[in-house]
Design a protein around this ligand. Structure first.
Ligand code: RI2
Length: 320
């Protein structure tokens, strides 16, 4: 199937991380569906549905770990398929419906990030020193909100090798006027006794409450646990992985070795390089998860989400 070049550009940007961060990826993927939909020519509804499913499959395969991406696609396609299966067979109307569901998801996502900031800020106290890892819009929302409420806070940010997303976080917070210190990833333990709270984002949360997030998160959680420092996760509800309910594990993306060391160095010495982009933090190291519908323990996260988004749970994907 042929898709428009703008659609392809978004897919490539997700693959090579020009668009990155779980929430942003989800919103970009949903936007890409609307671009594909607009491009479709013809009035055969079954061909339109097949075309959209094909576009969703291409997006689904772009990056494997952040569950926000398939959940965004599921949000739109589940609703569209319901319309189609209940007899809506006019392509123009189906296109309008798809656009409407996509905007709904994008608004829901942006509002969730804002609401997490408001709720999470309640857990930040005046005088706190916070550590964050990588670049999470949800975690940043909490920190910014606490600062805007007048709380006197300091933030330590890990560089987050190999892609240095910590620099984005550090500059974003510094621009707000927040007191920020950038540290190397391996300095997390050195500084942990100065830290009151760790707050990170989420790429996915499994049915047992385990967190999948940027590589290095689980080491920081372990260090925080040992130092009795509170470890908090800022996660929109759509970071829950329904696949884990059905025994399918979250796939950890392994990226190019050349993100870690230059190709000529690797080839010269014949060194093997591994570059997993994410790791798994068990629920016992997580104190709480801040979602847009409330703050819960990691074990309660799937129950909370079930009450709100039960319709997400299906053993098969709408694009299968
Ligand atoms: P928000 C990022 O992944 C980081 O792991 C970050 O913690 C997570 O997404 C969540 O980000 P990557 O795309 O959705 O940089 O909170 O590999 O923005």
């Amino acid at each position: 199937m042929s898709y428009p070049s703008e659609f392809r550009r978004i897919v490539d940007s997700i693959i090579n991380m020009r668009i990155r961060g779980a929430g942003r990826i989800a919103r970009a993927a949903v936007k890409a569906l609307t671009i594909a939909s607009e491009y479709f020519k013809g009035d055969d509804p079954s061909k339109y549905i097949e075309y959209i499913k094909g576009a969703a499959r291409v997006l689904y395969e772009s990056r494997p770990t952040a569950v926000s991406l398939p959940n965004g696609l599921r949000y739109v396609l589940n609703k569209l398929m319901k319309d189609y299966e209940s007899g809506l067979d006019n392509v123009a109307i189906l296109k309008d419906k798809l656009d409407g569901y996509a905007s709904e998801f994008i608004n829901l996502s942006l509002n969730a990030v804002r609401r997490i900031g408001v709720l999470g800020s309640g857990r930040i106290e005046d005088g706190d020193t916070i550590l964050t890892h990588c670049n999470s819009q949800a975690a940043i929302s909490v920190i910014k909100h606490a600062f805007k409420e007048g709380k006197d806070i300091r933030v330590y940010v890990t560089e987050t090798r190999p892609r240095y997303q910590g620099r984005i976080t550090a500059s974003t917070l510094a621009k707000e006027g927040i007191d920020v210190t950038l540290i190397i990833d391996s300095a997390a333990r050195f500084f942990m006794n100065e830290i009151d709270k760790v707050i990170v984002g989420a790429d996915a949360i499994a049915a047992n409450g385990a967190l999948v997030n940027k590589i290095g998160t689980s080491q920081i959680a372990l260090i925080a646990y040992e130092a009795r420092t509170q470890f908090m996760v800022a996660s929109e509800s759509y970071k829950f992985s329904p696949d884990t309910l059905f025994g399918r594990l979250i796939k950890i993306e392994e990226r190019s070795p050349y993100e870690v060391a230059p190709r000529n160095w690797i080839e010269k010495y014949g060194v093997k390089v591994r570059n997993p982009a994410f790791d798994v933090t068990p629920p016992r190291y997580i104190d709480l998860i801040i979602t847009e519908v409330g703050i819960v323990s990691p074990e309660a996260f799937p129950i909370l989400i079930h009450n709100y988004y039960g319709e997400f749970y299906s053993e098969s994907n709408p694009w299968d």
